[in-house]
Design a protein around this ligand. Sequence first.
Ligand code: Z5A
Ligand code: MG
Length: 207
Amino acid sequence: MTRGALVAIEGLDRTGKSTQTEILIKTLKQQGKAIELIKFPDRTTQIGQLINKYLTDKEFRLSDQSAHLLFSAKRWELVEKINNLLTQGVTVLLDRYVYSGVAYSAAKGLDFQWCLNPDLGLPKPDVVLFLKFKDDGNMKRGGFGEERYEVDEFQKKVKVMFERFDGDNNWRNLYVDGKSIEEVREEVWTHVVKYIDGLDTNVQLFK
Ligand code: Z5A
Ligand code: MG
């Protein structure tokens, strides 16, 4: 039986992930496709509220390791929902996922593999669209600088860590420099269109 596809949109801060996921979900729903958006971190559950406090309140102290495990716990909290949707044939669109989890924590100096370990066993996206600036264009976008991680030097380190996933067969770089929202939308569409009617293969897991 055909299952839904797992599609992740990833990238540094302000690269347009939420803009594009929202456009995509709207377009596909209008076409009558079964699709659901899950945003990480979802800040509404108890774990999500703690993460929100950590991100927005610079006085709120957590060790880097415990912050990392909270983000991972947030993903495990939703794994049953994701698997059920995929089994029912629903495409699941992820706004950030494991890759953000590893990249931001490893950029703080934590060991890359240590960061990936708690996420092993989670469903692996069929395709990851990595929205990418060649330079530091994301830091010039509206709203940049308001949260804990939105600091130029740190963003450069995060980029290096994200790039360690480049080479995985599900990874697609999508350059956004100087492109309008509409231009990026068109490129996102060319990648996603192959997946929206589902897949016959088993869901891969992070291992
Ligand atoms: N984090 C972590 O450490 N560990 C984890 O496991 C996970 C996350 C999952 C909050 O994430 C933080 O959590 C994040 C990583 C860390 N770091 N920080 N800070 P978040 O996803 O909640 O962050 P956010 O507040 O939604 O921001 P964002 O995701 O970084 O932004 P975005 O979604 O990529 O961008 P956007 O909101 O779509 O667009 C930003 C602005 O640019 C907006 O004004 C748009 O209108 C504009 N925009 C978008 N596209 C364009 C184009 N093409 N041209 C011009 N302007 C554009
Ligand atoms: Mg966003």
